[in-house]
Design a protein around this ligand. Structure first.
Ligand code: MRU
Length: 366
């Protein structure tokens, strides 16, 4: 996507030095646009764990490049043991998004004796390229749904609510939930987005609002708890969220708070779509509530909030009494029965085993 007139992806290899991975520092957004270098597996581990990069697809691509750096770091006589250690380190960073383990495992298949580091680099590159292309195609499929709704709105904007950030910043490019919005907007369809702030890390306020603003898509930031009220008053035509893991039966893990939006959508007859690339499916799981691991993060993310002061300084402040403890689950699971449809690069299907296997015969990614 374009930033300051230049086309960017969220992750790439430095043009002048292919042993350096470069990323957009998402911790600095929306107040500053910074590129940072990752030179080791440890750098990649920290970037994923501390959320310099985040979002299912981008975490997967970062892990893939991390495994390429692992190949560069591995000792000659200890190559296999070294890369297995790096794989475990990267896999342990964040448990919920399936893209991470999927990307590491896909890299490991190629990281065998006889494969050159250059060939390993190309696999990481392919994972990143495929992520971008899948998201582009998700946009084309999803835009058709938006156009159908737009046709009934007689020139009024289609109001779409989204939660967290599943835009291009959460992937290598384009995004999952936001890709259909960009495609519809670019083709002249009037869209307006309700952006949930997404406490505690505020990915909606800091990332989704920033992305949409850069792309010129009309939007309003709303408190996380406003969606139900807007739906009751006919102010939401559809909801699109991303996903971090979707089971073969269609249960979808996504940022904490998504489930409540899905329940409110069903109650108010608002279509609720989940957009995801193939790498986010977990065909080995059926029951999302029982099986999807939910990351619990540091309570400090709930107890404190960061932002820009009136004088322009970035500061972190405590929002609860000194003695208050907090809990911080990063994700929740929306059961398939609340989901109107899944939008993947393969097309649109029902959130059910039958629907998913219709797009992915045999339960395998293409
Ligand atoms: O904790 P994050 O920011 O890595 O969470 C991931 C997300 O951005 C959301 O859950 C998103 O909606 C799905 S990932 C594309």
């Amino acid at each position: 996507m374009n930033v300051n007139g230049r086309r960017y992806r969220t992750i790439w290899l430095k043009e002048t030095d292919h042993t350096v991975v470069q990323i957009i520092n998402q911790l600095a957004l929306p107040h500053a646009f910074e590129i940072i270098d990752l030179r080791s597996v440890e750098d990649v581990r920290r970037a994923i764990k501390d959320m310099y990069v985040r979002g299912a697809g981008l975490i997967g691509a970062a892990a893939a490049y991390g495994m390429y750096l692992a190949a560069l770091e591995a000792g000659e006589g200890t190559f296999e043991a070294d890369i297995l250690r790096s794989a475990a380190i990267l896999k342990n960073t964040r448990p919920t998004a399936s893209n991470l383990a999927w990307a590491v495992d896909r890299m490991l298949i190629k990281m065998v004796p006889g494969t050159s580091v250059e060939e390993i680099r190309l696999v990481a590159q392919a994972i990143a390229d495929e992520d971008a292309d899948s998201c582009r195609r998700i946009g084309l499929h999803g835009a058709e749904i938006i156009k159908t709704i737009a046709a009934k709105k007689k020139g009024e904007a289609v109001n779409i609510l989204t939660h967290c950030n599943a835009g291009w910043l959460a992937f290598v490019d384009y995004g999952s939930a936001l890709s259909p919005l960009y495609a519809a907007h670019d083709s002249g369809v009037k869209v307006h987005v309700w952006v949930d702030e997404t406490r505690p890390r505020n990915q909606g306020a800091s990332l989704t609002a920033w992305e949409l603003g850069r792309h010129g898509v009309p939007h309003d930031l709303i408190p996380d708890n406003a969606g139900g009220h807007l739906m009751q008053h006919g102010m939401v035509d559809m909801v699109i969220t991303g996903a971090d893991r979707v089971t073969r039966c269609g249960d979808a893990a996504n940022k904490i708070g998504t489930y409540l939006k899905a329940v409110a959508s069903k109650e108010n007859n608002v279509p609720f779509y989940v957009a995801l690339p193939s790498s986010t499916f977990d065909f080995n799981m059926r029951d999302g509530l029982k099986e999807i691991p939910i990351e619990e993060r540091d309570a400090a993310e709930v107890r404190y909030i960061s932002g820009k002061t009136k004088s322009g300084a970035i500061e972190t402040v405590q929002i609860c009494p000194d003695s208050t403890s907090a809990r911080n689950w990063g994700f929740d699971v929306t059961p398939a029965r609340y989901i109107t449809g899944l939008i993947s690069e393969q097309g649109i299907c029902e959130a059910s085993e039958q629907g998913i296997l219709g797009l992915y015969p045999g339960g395998t990614r293409t």
